[in-house]
Design a binder for this molecule. Structure first.
Ligand SMILES: Nc1ncnc2c1ncn2[C@@H]1O[C@H](COP(=O)(O)OP(=O)(O)OP(=O)(O)O)[C@@H](O)[C@H]1O
Length: 267
């Protein structure tokens, strides 16, 4: 890989307890290239979300990132950013879409106002500029721009999730961290959304760190996949190699427990 966009090195994260500390992430290292989709897979509790939060610097106590850990985005150490730098870093450099993201829209504000909030704060846009950008972003996720005056409850769950993704992409982040971004949605809508994200990624060039329980979806959507077990990254390779020639026993077991893949790759 040439210069990676994201480089995670020796990342170790403990949850600090009264009696003992719990090591949730244990010396994990991986790179994500510009424009690449890297997936993290593994059983519940293996540390995937803890990594996602750390990369966005959204981790909170009792989570503690141990000395010696490095998270470099575009060669800049994310762990050293001060509060001011962090405010600019979030959304503009790294945006995050969670499972429940569609519920993060403010129910009493029109969609237009929610875009304006982000665009004014980060880019100092006027209302007219923000409206133009909002229309452009809504079109990208296949939502009629005329609907920007609507409230969140007037949209379906899938549409709300697409609106959140559009807000996330409005500032042109280099990296989008997606932690179970479509899990709350039905399978058809899930696929549509991932297909759309994939098209946008090709067009806009951002990288994706993708976390899901759905291994079938993961193989279709990711370029490379890392397999986690008990806080450790036990194997990483191209999606096809992880699927066709898994090396680690745990990866083999994972596939054995997911016998029916949807088949095919996203265009
Ligand atoms: N605030 C916390 N305090 C203590 N332990 C925590 C805390 N948050 C998470 N953990 C523990 O850290 C481990 C990793 O959790 P994490 O949520 O990162 O796993 P995950 O792989 O994302 O799981 P899932 O797929 O279920 O979301 C788990 O064992 C979890 O119980």
């Amino acid at each position: 890989m040439n210069q990676p966009l994201l480089s995670v090195k020796n990342l170790t994260i403990d949850y600090i307890g009264d009696e003992t500390d719990f090591r949730a992430v244990d010396n994990v290292s991986f790179d994500v290239a510009p424009g690449e989709v890297f997936g993290l897979a593994g059983e519940s509790g293996c540390g995937k979300s803890t990594i996602a939060f750390a990369i966005s610097r959204l981790h909170r106590p009792p989570a503690l990132i141990r000395t010696g850990s490095e998270i470099l985005l575009d060669s800049r150490e994310v762990l050293d950013l001060n509060p001011q730098e962090l405010a600019a870093f979030r959304w503009r450099e790294v945006a995050m879409v969670f499972q429940s993201a569609m519920n993060s829209l403010n129910p009493v504000l029109r969609v237009e106002a929610q875009f304006y909030d982000v665009l004014k704060t980060h880019l100092g846009m006027t209302k007219a500029q923000a409206r133009e950008r909002t229309a452009e972003m809504l079109k990208l996720v296949d939502i009629n721009p005329d609907r920007m005056r609507d409230y969140p409850h007037q949209f379906s769950g899938g549409m709300r999730q697409r609106i959140v993704i559009a807000i996330c992409l409005a500032l042109g982040p280099k990296m989008v961290v997606m932690d179970e971004p479509t899990t709350a949605l039905d399978v058809v809508v899930q696929r549509e959304i991932l297909q759309r994200i994939n098209e946008l990624r090709k067009k806009l060039g951002f990288s994706v760190l993708f976390i899901t329980h759905d291994l079938g979806l993961m193989v279709q959507f990711c370029d490379r996949i890392g397999i986690m077990l008990g806080g450790k990254l036990v194997e990483q390779n191209t999606a096809q190699a992880i699927y066709r020639t898994p090396q680690h026993d745990y990866t083999k077991k994972l596939w054995a427990s997911f016998p029916s893949l949807h088949g095919g790759v996203l265009a």
